[in-house]
Design a protein around this ligand. Sequence first.
Ligand code: SAH
Length: 203
Amino acid sequence: MNLRHLEMRLERLEGFGRPTARLEQYQTPAPVAARLLHHAAMQGAIEGRRVCDLGCGTGVLACGAALLGASAVTGVEIDPAAIDAARRNAQMLGVSVEFLVADVRSPSVDWARLACDTVVMNPPFGAQKAHADRPFIDRALELAGVVYGIFNEGSTPFVAAYTEGRAAIDEVIRCAFPLRRTFAHHRKERVDITVEVIRLRRI
Ligand code: SAH
């Protein structure tokens, strides 16, 4: 499936009905999700691989990975309403994804069962709660050898310092991320921010 085709399929997915600011629920726009997944697929990290999406929200990355031929996909998300939407999205696309309602920080989940080849994620950026992305990075590196994560512009030095001795940053791709007005504290209808897609490799 080419990039444009993937993007068109993901464009049709249902988003957050009533997004929660505290959880930083911003759906990854289809062009950004498609680009990340297509790029990862070119690097051999998706097709025939076990993929996990942490903080999967309404499942755009998880469903896209399944469309690109991942052998098994799991989406983990704290918000049950988002998981309901993610399940509808997977069904609409005709793909099979296991969705799990769980907090990535939870010690009571059998994380070993979710060990996989690749993690894809768009975690909270930490705008509402500082360092909210750290438990995601920790869990991702526990589960997989390769991680593609979407972070705020300028995060790379912090991610590098935080993962020092555990992972190497192989690649950083800067990407425009159109943010539609989502929460009451947003003043403009749309702002374009820049994000960094960071590829981490466990060492
Ligand atoms: N990955 C989705 C959603 C991104 S928004 C997408 O790309 O569209 C970040 C998501 O992380 C939200 O859905 C939010 O509910 C979820 N989240 C926030 N804290 C979490 C936690 N501790 N454990 C699991 N999910 C969490």
